[in-house]
Design a binder for this molecule. Structure first.
Ligand code: NI
Ligand code: MN
Length: 228
């Protein structure tokens, strides 16, 4: 399985199915990949309603007839925008789809969808656990540190994507505590340095993680991939 960090919080997983999480690509100052460069996407996962996470979901879903997995409210919103295949879920639910299993996890954040001068209710923000080809990937979405993350230790996570940029999400200190709670085999920092307000040094995060020998920390630059 090949996992590519597109930039910001966008992650591409290529295995027996192709999955993209939070595909904020156009207008993403960190993205090195264009929408046209993406392979055919089977599933799109949207963790919450903010623009830097919904991103190009509608374009990709229309192009590839992808199934979009999100909470009930965002699924409804995306359907109204012309997405044909949605799979609404909610936090705590696990779903067995073709070749993949998905579970939404709690996230401490917002999920409103900005449209013009309106904020549309976007349900609750989430993280996601994806099972594909006998590997488990956790993407925290945007979240503050929460003790609920202790429960993720039972999931036996292979790769965890955790925000470290602070201001809207966990910072390095909090993501380090989250890593200790989750105990993934590999942790990858995300959601930093896209804008000055979320500046963070991933090397500092990885040095801390290295010291406790609980997880391998990998810094992926936008466009970099990981084989697992
Ligand atoms: Ni957000
Ligand atoms: Mn965000």
């Amino acid at each position: 399985m090949k996992i590519t960090f597109i930039g910001h919080a966008a992650v591409l997983i290529e295995g027996s199915k192709n999955i993209v999480i939070d595909p904020f690509i156009e207008g993403n100052p960190a993205a090195k990949i264009k929408v046209e460069d993406l392979p055919k996407i089977d599933y799109i996962i949207v963790t919450h309603g903010h623009g830097d996470h919904i991103g190009n979901t509608v374009d990709i879903a229309k192009r590839d007839k992808s199934v979009v997995i999100s909470n009930f409210e965002i699924s409804f919103y995306l359907q109204k925008k012309g997405v044909e295949n949605v799979h609404p879920m909610h936090i705590g639910g696990r779903s067995d789809l073709e070749e993949i299993k998905i579970k939404l996890t709690p996230a401490l954040h917002g999920s409103g969808i900005i449209e013009g001068d309106q904020i549309i209710y976007g349900g609750n923000p989430a993280g996601v656990i994806i099972e594909l080809d006998h590997k488990k990937i956790y993407h925290a979405g945007d979240t503050g540190l929460t003790k609920d993350m202790e429960l993720l230790e039972y999931e036996d996570i292979d790769v965890a994507f955790l925000p470290i940029g602070g201001n809207y999400t966990m910072d390095i200190e909090d993501a380090f505590i989250a890593t200790k709670m989750i105990s993934p085999k590999i942790v990858v920092p995300i959601h930093y340095n896209t804008w000055p307000v979320i500046a963070a040094d991933p090397e500092v995060f990885c040095r801390k993680v290295c010291e406790i020998k609980k997880a391998e920390c990998k810094i992926l630059k936008p466009g970099d991939s990981l084989e697992i």
